[in-house]
Design a protein around this ligand. Structure first.
Ligand code: GLU
Length: 445
């Protein structure tokens, strides 16, 4: 039996023809696994891939709520419980108008292998809603999240499924959802991660995805005899991941030139300082404003309606959303001398962009390896909740650094080429192997 990734992707396409993002994630994954699977037929005989692409369970539900004008609003809620081989389903909730089943299946699928790479006991899941918290009042967000949780609560639990944040779901949303869960169940348990540090959250959870990304990039640089100090960096996005990636990059001596939001990019030739970053944190997390204000305040260039990928720099850290780097963007990055790309978002590079990075020998980290720090610290939050204690910032940060280092080592171990590490293949095989061996051990369930 010879495995052909093309044939396999064709069968997934046939069954899920309306799910382009999910098909893209599967295509990227199985393409890199072809050689490995043909050398290890046990996974083919056990139909592991066929089993992996079917979520164990998908829940879709109505979320009715009343806006500030007294009008009834209806949104759609989802939870994709993809794979529970390594632990309870674990993964974020995304609230964004673009959320649909395809997006959540791609995210849930990626999450299985990302969580496997952390080495922690975490299954894979994802959920969310097409609700847009962006232009809503606090009261509207509270009414929506309470209604959302009033259905979701019966499907989740500290030993079953532990959601967290993602795009559009931050401290405010997690707080309201936790409050509603606690009220409905009359239980204070670690059912969500990303909780406030005052009430069961972990230190460093907010910072974890961005810090983890930079720790991973440091490992990649070290592996090729380089360091981050003195390098120029492009960051996209200005949410949680971007903010803390910028913070850590600055702390380690890099010069960050850009950040962005859905309306445009700020290009600060002098570099974003810690003080300027505080302004962005306040702008985005408290005032919920547009990044354009930064350009006015600090006399930086504003690239209206543009992403950062046309700016000249050494390193690119896409931290906004899926498919934010098109083929043309990837070519522009290569032409401008970028030598390393580290994905902070989930699948920010299109398949064509990845091909361009590969053929130009760009050092490239796929999100499921380089952004795994967030869910890793979520896993540590679950451990702390089970023990009913809280570790210090230093303890959690040490653990995070160790986990990112181990993920890097695993990707290197499974890379075909040892001189120029193929992080995509390395991470995919390492992530897959742990799940697949465990699925075989647990029988046909
Ligand atoms: N949404 C994040 C991710 O993409 C974090 C998930 C979590 O902490 O459960 O990995």
């Amino acid at each position: 039996m010879k495995f052909s990734s093309k044939q396999f992707v064709a069968s997934v396409k046939e069954k899920n023809s309306y799910e382009p993002e999910f098909i893209q994630a599967v295509e990227e994954f199985v393409g890199s696994l072809e050689d490995f699977l043909n050398k290890n037929p046990v996974y083919l005989e056990n139909k592991i891939l066929e089993r992996l692409v079917e979520p164990e369970r998908v829940i879709i539900f109505r979320v009715p709520w009343v806006d500030d004008k007294g009008e009834t609003q209806i949104n759609r809620g989802f939870r994709v419980q993809f794979n529970s081989t390594l632990g309870p389903y674990k993964g974020g909730l995304r609230f964004h108008p673009t959320v649909n089943l395809s997006v959540l299946k791609f995210l849930g699928f990626e999450q299985i292998f990302k969580n496997s790479l952390t080495g922690l006991p975490l299954g894979g899941g994802k959920g969310g809603s097409d609700f847009d918290p962006h232009d809503k009042s606090d009261a509207e967000v509270m009414r929506f999240t309470q209604s959302f949780m009033t259905e979701l609560y019966r499907h989740i639990g500290a030993d079953t499924d532990i959601p967290a944040g993602d795009i559009g779901v931050g401290a405010r949303e997690i707080g309201y959802m936790f409050g509603q869960y606690k009220r409905l169940k009359n239980e204070f348990t670690g059912v969500l991660t990303g909780k406030g540090v005052l009430w069961g959250g972990s230190n460093i959870r907010s910072e974890a995805t961005g810090y983890g990304l930079v720790y991973f990039v440091e490992q990649m640089l070290r592996h090729s005899g380089e360091e981050i100090k003195g390098k120029t960096v492009l960051v996209s996005g200005s949410g949680n991941v971007a903010q803390y990636a910028v913070e850590k990059a600055i702390q380690l001596g890099a010069k960050v030139l850009t950040m962005s939001d859905s309306e445009g990019t700020i290009y600060d030739k002098d570099g974003i300082t810690e003080e300027k970053l505080d302004y962005i944190k306040n702008l985005k997390n408290v005032r919920r404003g547009r990044i354009k204000d930064y350009a006015e305040k600090y006399s930086a260039e504003y690239l209206e309606g543009k992403n950062p990928w046309s700016v000249k720099a050494d390193i690119a850290l896409p931290c906004a959303t899926q498919n934010e780097i098109s083929k043309a963007d990837a070519q522009a990055l290569v032409d401008n001398g970028i030598f390393l790309v580290g994905e902070g978002a989930n699948m920010p590079s299109s398949l064509e962009a990845v091909d361009i990075f590969r053929s130009n020998k760009i050092i490239f980290a796929p999100g499921k390896a380089s952004n795994a720090g967030g869910v890793a610290v979520s896993g540590l939050e679950m451990s702390q909740n089970s023990m009913r204690l809280q570790w210090t910032r230093e303890e959690v940060d040490d653990n995070l650094q160790k986990i990112m280092k181990e993920i890097h080592a695993k990707a290197v171990e499974y890379s075909k080429d040892k001189d120029r590490i193929d992080y995509i293949t390395g991470a995919n095989i390492a992530g897959f192997k742990r799940v697949a061996d465990s699925m075989i051990a647990q029988g046909l369930v």
